[in-house]
Write a protein that binds this ligand. Sequence first.
Ligand code: SF4
Ligand code: SF4
Length: 446
Amino acid sequence: MSLAEQVYLVVGMLVEGFLVLLAVSSALERKGRAVLLSSLACVLVAAGWYGWYALLASESLWLLMLPAMVLLGGIFFFLPFGSFQALRVGSISEQVDERDVMFSREEYQPGTEHYETYYAAHPEYKAVDDRMRRLPELLEPGGRYYDKQTADPIDAVFDKIVTLATQVDGQTSLRRGELGTAEATATIKAEVLKMGADDVGIAELNPMFVYSHVGRGPEPWGRPIVNSHRFAIVFALEMDYHEVEQAPLLPITRETAKQYLRAGEISVALAKRIRECGYAARAHIAGSNYQIILPPVAHDAGLGELGRMGYLISPKYGARVRLGAVTTELPLLLDRPITFGVQDFCETCLKCAINCPSGAIPVGGRKLVRGVEKWPLNVEKCIHYWRAIGTDCGLCMKVCPFSHPSTPIHNLVRAGCRRSPLARRLSICGDDLFYGQRLRLPAGPG
Ligand code: SF4
Ligand code: SF4
């Protein structure tokens, strides 16, 4: 057998191996359409590849044409070229008031002092918020996907998270530990990962990402928030792929609650540990107790980029993450924001916007929002939809191509997307082809 024939057959086996791996990996992910298409591709490529061989085994030049095309395709898929966009952040000159945040506005009940005071100052939100209040609350009867048996245990987890709110801060020890900055950073990161986080980073806390006034939680409503900590330790927890795949049904909310509880427990334990070393530290937990806006701080800590849907997209887990944070005055080494092609990818992809049932995610270009160039999410539409269905939806997280599990195939595609604009375009087409561009919404129970 000539060298050209040997090269031809080896490349053919590699291509077939890739397709078999894709089919197996899709089967493990329970993606029927991807299994079908990759199996079909397996058969067609095998027939075409070996048919070409049968025809041209003696014509080395013609025979090597197919391996050369595969090689060129591979090179262009992984070659870094073209412009590389990073998230554009200008100067941010105003803080967000937590009282204006949708989760706070949801809590203002007609007849209460908060309701009267807030809507006297912000009549522009009154009609839209009153309409929202007529819808059932999350995990309450009346939502399209409500099911008591699943909803009640989730509610219990959220109640448990709220009990952590009293433990977020405390007395700082008067005796300071003797750790150097590099050693303290390494120790803190190792401890956070040991406690169960999947990724961790450190940012200098931008004071513009600290809320200006308390909007919810145990502290007095409307009190100015004072947090002068210089550092933020931010960590990400991966959400279970198969639970996210069930979005917009209740399992997505079960997974959200589970990860927020883990994030709360880790943050509270970490903040306590730092205070015991003689440095002020405060945990920021879900359900009423954030003093900071987590996604941009997580971006600053190098945990990911902000995507079209407004969530942080992690390089490893995509949008399937929940975040936790501790702010502190313990001196630490800073991480830097990362870019891995998300801005460019989101410009063409649109999959979350196409599949968002409430129309909350824009299909157009980015806009400057408080100094950050991003896609402005219509939070009102999103939360209205949550209340109408009784879960926290998560469809955008589920359909995002970055949310695929961390398998050799998806990691290979991620590696290409990180470098090459061509890889991003091909991946968007491939994702639509193998996983479908539009999802069909499930009917409610009964
Ligand atoms: S959670 Fe659902 S409603 Fe909200 S932005 Fe995502 S897809 Fe749209
Ligand atoms: S679904 Fe597409 S457009 Fe939306 S955040 Fe993910 S990559 Fe960006």
